[in-house]
Design a protein around this ligand. Sequence first.
Ligand code: KIV
Length: 265
Amino acid sequence: MSDKWTAQKIKQFKGKGRLAALTAHDFSLARLVDAAGVPIILVGDSLGMYAQGNDNTLPVTMDQMVYHTTIVARGVKNALVIADMPFLSYQASDNEAMRNAGRFLKEAHADGVKVEGGSLRAPLIRRMVENGIPVMGHIGLTPQSIHAFGGYKIQGRTHPEAQRLLEDAKALDEAGVFSLVLECVPAALGAEITAAVSIPTLGIGGGPACDGQILVTHDILGLLGDFKPRFVKRYADLGEQVVKTLKQYREEVEQGAFPDAEHSY
Ligand code: KIV
């Protein structure tokens, strides 16, 4: 049997164990994440911040996402590669959304797409799924709605808000998503949604009861400065190590210690 993860396998994993998911925005990081046996690699539109240096995800375009997804997919053997649909690639019309989602599968070799939003997106997601495009849902703090939320704030804190998110999760499950990202919601709500849906939930600040977790790889490796929201656990400080290593290289060049005989022809 193939070791390749499919959307179907992820969906059927509900109740069987926990799933780790991470982002990758380029070939070399994708290879490393895949080599670590992580089942889901998201080409997140977070690349707008991590690869492009923007303040948020809104400026990311379809062409940029197709390019990044292509180079990630090239580095992956076993993980499921999911492409994030960027801001305004699916909101203007369902037909445009279908064509854009299709590009990720046709041109970029993604295995599926991620769409932000709840019940409002359910009819579109149903159409994508019925047409052979696996979809990962994403509710809670959906970063493309940052201006509507008035900042990066925990969602679902009040009873009506929590009820709405629960209804959103059920609507997306019903529409056919194979998994659902729960971003920045209280742990109790993460648990309630996880118990209410038939698909694996992936928490990012969604609490320990979620069926799995998803984080930005740069955050857990400490590759991007001091950005460390509460839901991130920093497993390494590679950023510091990289600067230290590059400094050593610079000093050796400046001092004439590199290249030595071993590194010369
Ligand atoms: O863009 C992103 O990286 C995401 C997260 C869920 C990690 O959407």
